[in-house]
Design a protein around this ligand. Structure first.
Ligand code: URP
Ligand code: ZN
Length: 456
């Protein structure tokens, strides 16, 4: 199949240029200039921006959390993802205690079989010992070159020392570990205190995890990475205090990668007071306008590396487990379909940064660090034909019911988005046309190379 996109604004890594783009089979063969060629399909993209397919670095599909499982599995989650312009998700395969990483990998491979966008896995580990270390080469062979550790959640939490050892080991392999940065002990003490005072509604979720709780975690990560001589990757950074600590680490010469999420750019702590406040119970929690401003400015300045969604959806019935005790609410929210339109509306229309920076934050930089570049993340001859045609003038209201996710709520319900992904090409095939998914189940596994440490 040869597809020719005409009259677009092509978003390259360093500029936007008017031109055409030609795909032949699974590859881009020309990006730029005026192209006249015999093709199977011509798409007129006048007035639209053409980006390399967006990459969501942070999803949790089909994840068991306590006694419940996320509302979205790979079937529904990846339909929503691709409808929003995401052509690759990196989901967290989870190695539970006593399980091998290979078992976790196979389990996730099986879960992801009928995906509608491409997918790769980070390996979230709950143990770090000789057996797990011995499996690292096998992970690399299988295209898993990024890992995750949590400072929280009793079933996953690891100590700072373990984190230090793992970072030191993995840096030598040009692999990286993302860390969920929060101070678990303080959170537990505050939860106990709040509950004893009868403060059990959703808003106390945020009170139990104030900004300094994240900043403490970021500080411990930076120190461990400094001593280990390893790169540091903060997942879902949400606070200006955490950002300040990451900046200091860079100032002393550290290699730091920062991820943030749309929820920390447009949603606020006061939202917990809404009748459906439980849908905002996620960790880290929603913050203030001042935090949003700090994160947006840092994105504009090139200090934040990419934006993932942390899509981890639960229905309101599942969220009701925390009706009388916020700490029993399953943590996480839906957002995989809405990332690009929110970032565009809030940050590009809002005047913080331009379409080039949007392309870097939603695609290029993730492709680079996570071993997919230049196969993905760039409009270039020879790169994969994963492409988004983004209409900057498509005002619409975000509604959970209109999303393709399998969730009855959205934290972004009612958000007025200014633009949207209009058409999406995945592996050379048109799968979304005029905002409608026209071909499902076309996703493939992305075997990733070692990390492209561009801040080294
Ligand atoms: O609340 C959230 N974010 N749940 C998903 C797991 C995690 O912490 O990333
Ligand atoms: Zn997460």
């Amino acid at each position: 199949m040869r597809i020719l996109i005409k009259n677009a604004f092509l978003v390259f890594e360093d500029r936007v240029a008017r031109g055409d783009l030609l795909c032949d089979g699974r590859k881009i063969v020309q990006a730029g200039g005026v192209i006249d060629a015999a093709v199977d399909k011509v798409i007129d993209a006048a007035g639209c921006y053409v980006f390399p397919g967006f990459i969501d670095t942070h999803t949790h599909f089909d994840l068991e959390v306590g006694s419940t499982v996320t509302a979205d599995d790979f079937v529904t989650g990846t339909k929503a993802a691709v409808a929003g312009g995401t052509t690759t998700v990196l989901d967290f395969a989870t190695q539970e205690r006593g399980m091998t990483m290979m078992d976790a990998f196979r389990k996730w491979e099986n879960k992801a079989k009928n995906s509608s966008c491409n997918y790769g896995f980070h390996m979230a580990v709950s143990e770090w010992n000789e057996e797990r270390i011995a499996e690292v080469p096998l992970m690399i062979e299988n295209g898993v070159t990024s890992f995750k550790m949590y400072m929280v959640y009793d079933n996953m939490r690891l100590s700072d020392g373990v984190m230090y050892e793992a970072m030191k080991y993995l840096a030598k392999e040009d692999c990286i570990i993302g860390i969920h940065c929060e101070n678990d002990d303080i959170i537990k003490a505050r939860v106990k205190e709040l509950k004893a005072a009868g403060k059990t509604s959703s808003r106390y979720h945020a009170v139990s995890r104030p900004n300094v709780v994240e900043a403490d975690g970021v500080g411990r990560l930076m120190d461990a990475a400094y001593l280990a001589g390893a790169p540091a990757w903060v997942v879902h950074l949400s606070t200006r205090e955490g950002l300040a600590i990451a900046r200091q680490a860079r100032e002393r010469g550290q290699e730091v990668y920062l991820e943030s999420c749309p929820q920390y750019l447009v949603l606020e702590e006061c939202m917990y007071d809404a009748p459906d406040g439980a849908k905002f119970v996620m960790s880290p929690p929603l913050r203030s306008k001042a935090d949003q401003e700090a994160l947006l400015s840092a994105m504009a300045a090139g200090e934040i590396d990419w934006i993932g969604t942390d899509h981890c959806s639960f229905t309101m019935a599942q969220k009701a487990a925390g009706r009388d005790d916020f700490s029993k609410t399953p943590n996480g929210g839906a957002g995989v379909q809405n990332r690009a339109e929110i970032v565009y509306t809030r940050a590009v229309k809002g005047g913080y940064f331009d379409m080039v920076q949007m392309g870097r934050l939603l695609s290029t930089q993730a492709a680079r660090l996570f071993g997919m570049y230049p196969r993905k993340g760039v409009l270039r001859a020879g790169s994969d034909a994963d492409i988004v045609i983004f209409d900057p003038d498509a005002p619409h209201t975000i509604r959970a019911a209109a999303n393709l996710h399998n969730c009855d709520n959205s934290p972004y319900e009612g958000y007025e988005a200014a633009g949207r992904a209009r058409d999406v090409i995945l592996n050379g095939e048109l799968v979304v046309e005029n905002g409608k998914l026209i071909a499902a189940g076309k996703g493939e596994y992305v075997h990733r190379e070692r990390c492209g440490r561009y801040r080294q």
